[in-house]
Ligand binder design. Structure first.
Ligand SMILES: C=C(O[C@@H]1C=C(C(=O)O)C=C[C@H]1O)C(=O)O
Length: 418
């Protein structure tokens, strides 16, 4: 918000970076390599990348924050020297990134190139060192300490305020103003000064192994939703929308999943999200398609309706260009997009910060993995924790049920901080 997009880019001082990636001995657990106070992490099923230190940090604001970052990254790559003897997804020159949800958010959006990076994929481990920028990084693993217990209390809107906002949204949807809007509420608390922030990530990664456990510039969580991945010109996304609680026993659980898979309310809600992703990806890729019917995705706390999307990248777009085109999808904003965004600003009355924004990494080829920042929280340097959870509202939504859905979506972060 404070910088105009043009001056942000032209004023950027971009050093010529050198990145060297080398295979290394097996690393069982990447998290001990992360910085206890400033972890930079993107992991799933134990594979992924952990960065240490900051060789380069770029900040972006305003409506062009993602396309500015895409352009800045092209400039960083153009002057970089890269010696990559690993050639896996996540080796070479990497920037981690996290973007604010809203165009006029007070929260900054960032790209961070770590000074050192530890990676692991399919049994291959590596270390990347970056020189030419700033920063210092410890290359030693350090035992993970404790995070200390944190109690989160109601933030904005309050649970009652959320129920009222959903009621108002349903009225607006029934009057034809829009078809779907995703409304969220927050919880807040404070992490002790001595907390080892990696303990929170370790707990999330253990409890939610199939999600993207991430930490970038204080934003952390375990997101089940892939905004977009690009690897060797294959474009994939996992769209989630439509949710229900897990059942008490196996039979009730199956019944829940079946009810979700056949619910016209949830299928409708899902359809908006899927169409928004297909529409945003088509100009950049060929053969973009999803399976005909969504499937039910089982998480420890919830069932979701899910669709996997795949296509082939055409042209020279990078994953950041796709992120710029996709964000915000109807899974986290609504439909039509502009009306939904105005409705969110009007009814939530709270800056989402980076919640529901893109979080992930990009490499020198423009490949990378980007999740939607869900099921997590923003942690400030002074320990303030702000967690968010939301739910897609359509004409058939019942406000109290949507409140219950947000409570289930807070579970990962509440349990990890308990
Ligand atoms: C908005 C959130 O989740 C999104 C909304 C969903 C829904 O309304 O069913 C499901 C998955 C996500 O796309 C959240 O977790 O905060």
């Amino acid at each position: 918000m404070s910088n105009s997009p043009v001056s942000t880019l032209t004023d950027l001082h971009l050093p010529a970076l050198t990145a060297r990636s080398r295979p290394c001995d097996e690393i069982d657990d990447l998290l001990p390599y992360a910085d206890p106070r400033h972890p930079l992490v993107f992991l799933r099923r134990g594979d992924g990348i952990v960065g240490v230190g900051e060789a380069l940090r770029l900040e972006f604001h305003g409506p062009r924050r993602i396309s500015d970052a895409a352009d800045a990254w092209r400039r960083v790559v153009a002057t970089a020297t890269i010696d990559d003897q690993v050639r896996r997804a996540g080796s070479g020159l990497i920037a981690f990134g996290s973007f604010a949800f809203a165009d006029h958010s007070a929260e900054s959006s960032v790209l961070v190139v770590p000074r050192m990076l530890f990676g692991r994929r399919e049994g291959v481990c590596w270390v990347t060192e970056v020189s030419g920028g700033g920063g210092y990084a410890s290359s030693r693993p350090r035992p993970i300490g404790s995070a200390g217990a944190v109690r989160l209390s109601a933030g904005t809107p309050s649970p009652e305020g959320f129920v009222a906002a959903v009621g108002e949204a349903v009225d607006r949807i029934r009057s034809g103003e829009l078809s779907k809007v995703v409304l969220a509420r927050s919880l807040t608390g404070r992490l002790p000064d001595t907390a080892d922030r990696r303990a929170v990530l370790a707990s999330l990664a253990t409890a939610y192994p199939d999600t993207w456990t991430h930490a970038v510039d204080g934003l952390f969580g375990s997101s089940p939703e892939t905004l977009v991945s690009v690897h060797n010109r294959t474009v994939t996304a996992r769209v989630l929308a439509g949710s229900t609680a897990r059942g008490e026993d196996a039979a009730a659980d199956r019944a829940r999943a079946t009810a979700l898979a056949t619910s016209s309310k949830d299928l409708g809600e899902h359809g908006y999200a899927l169409r928004s992703v297909l529409g945003a990806l088509r100009p950049f890729s060929t053969g973009v398609a999803a399976s005909e019917q969504p499937f039910t995705l089982k998480l420890p706390n919830l069932w979701h309706l899910a669709s996997d999307v795949e296509g082939t990248l055409a042209g020279s777009a990078t994953v950041l260009d796709l992120v710029a085109a996709l964000h915000p999808t109807a899974a986290v904003a609504g439909s039509p997009r502009e009306v939904a965004l105005r409705t969110i600003a009007d009814l939530e009355r709270h800056d989402r910060g980076r919640y529901a924004g893109p979080v992930g990494w990009v490499d020198e080829e423009g490949d990378g993995d980007w999740a939607i920042a869900l099921r997590g929280a923003q942690l400030s340097d002074d320990g303030m924790v702000t967690a968010f959870a939301g739910a897609g509202i359509v004409a058939e939504s019942v406000p109290e049920r949507e409140l219950a859905e947000t409570s289930l979506k807070f579970r990962p972060v509440l349990d990890a901080l308990a």
